[in-house]
Design a protein around this ligand. Structure first.
Ligand code: PEP
Length: 257
């Protein structure tokens, strides 16, 4: 059985005092959540202060990116070990905004992924097609390329801690959501690709989140799909009032997932 994981990607939002306040509100409002994994991913600058708040609670901590080198002359980069030392246990890799604005490629995703695993961080690997690619009928090919590129040279054991997030680029921050069926079709496809590369057991255990304008109003329909194992939430994660209801919906669906 795959338990849901609901993650909030805070992106470039929240200074340290705002971050502490949000983390505290999420922690206080989720004390009755027993079966759903909760994750917050603040900016690097707030990792330590948020860790002080969520440490020992049901809320886990993640970073939004990681560099593949461990140390050296790489101004402004952050290593996996540095992230671990803040108390974080997850890291988002290959978000479409990194791919779009910062030159992230499948090759660099793979390098970051290796570094994360070596440090014992659990990676969330983001994949997703643009609107242009979807309209040209290329969505499945794009996802297949991103998946094989990201997971090149990984072993079955490496895959144990990996999470995939399917985030259609056209649905991120746009208010447009993939229909539950559109999302489910891609999730099933991803699971199939993972089965081809790593075998049926790895594919069955892999958690695949959906991301793209997830909110309280559409969470139930999306999370009710058999291959959707959680959500990566952007806009709606910036307030406890809009993030916690998504966690509660996942919790209510636990028995039937
Ligand atoms: C995201 O950036 O990962 C995301 C899904 O954002 P939003 O929920 O705002 O679409």
């Amino acid at each position: 059985m795959r338990n849901f994981i609901i993650a909030g990607n805070w992106k470039l939002n929240k200074n340290n005092s705002e971050a502490k306040q949000l983390a505290n509100q999420i922690k206080i409002r989720t004390t009755d959540i027993k079966n759903t994994e909760i994750l917050v991913c603040p900016p690097f600058t707030a990792l330590s202060v948020v860790n002080d708040i969520v440490s020992g609670s049901r809320v886990s901590l993640g970073a939004q990116n990681v560099f593949w080198e461990g140390q050296g002359a790489f101004t402004a980069e952050i290593s996996a070990d540095m992230i671990k030392s803040t108390g974080a246990s997850f890291v988002i890799i290959g978000h479409s905004e990194r791919r779009l604005y910062f030159g992230e490629s499948d090759e660099t995703v793979n390098k970051r992924l290796m570094a994360a695993l070596q440090a014992g961080l659990k990676p969330i690997i983001c994949v997703g097609e643009t609107l242009e690619q979807r309209e040209a009928g290329q969505a499945f090919d794009v996802i297949a390329t991103q998946i094989s590129g990201a997971f090149k040279n990984l072993s079955v054991v490496d895959m144990q801690d990996v999470i995939v997030a399917y985030e259609p680029v056209w649905a991120i921050g746009t208010g447009k959501t993939a229909t539950p069926q559109q999302a489910e079709d891609i999730h099933t496809f991803i699971r199939g690709k993972i089965a081809e590369q790593f075998g049926a057991d790895v594919a069955k255990a892999l958690r695949i989140q959906y991301g793209g304008s997830v909110k309280e109003q559409n969470a139930k329909e999306l999370l009710s799909q058999p291959d959707i194992d959680g959500a990566l939430v952007g806009g709606a994660c910036l307030k406890a009032e809009t993030f916690v209801p998504i966690i509660q919906i996942a919790e209510s669906l636990f028995q039937t997932h």
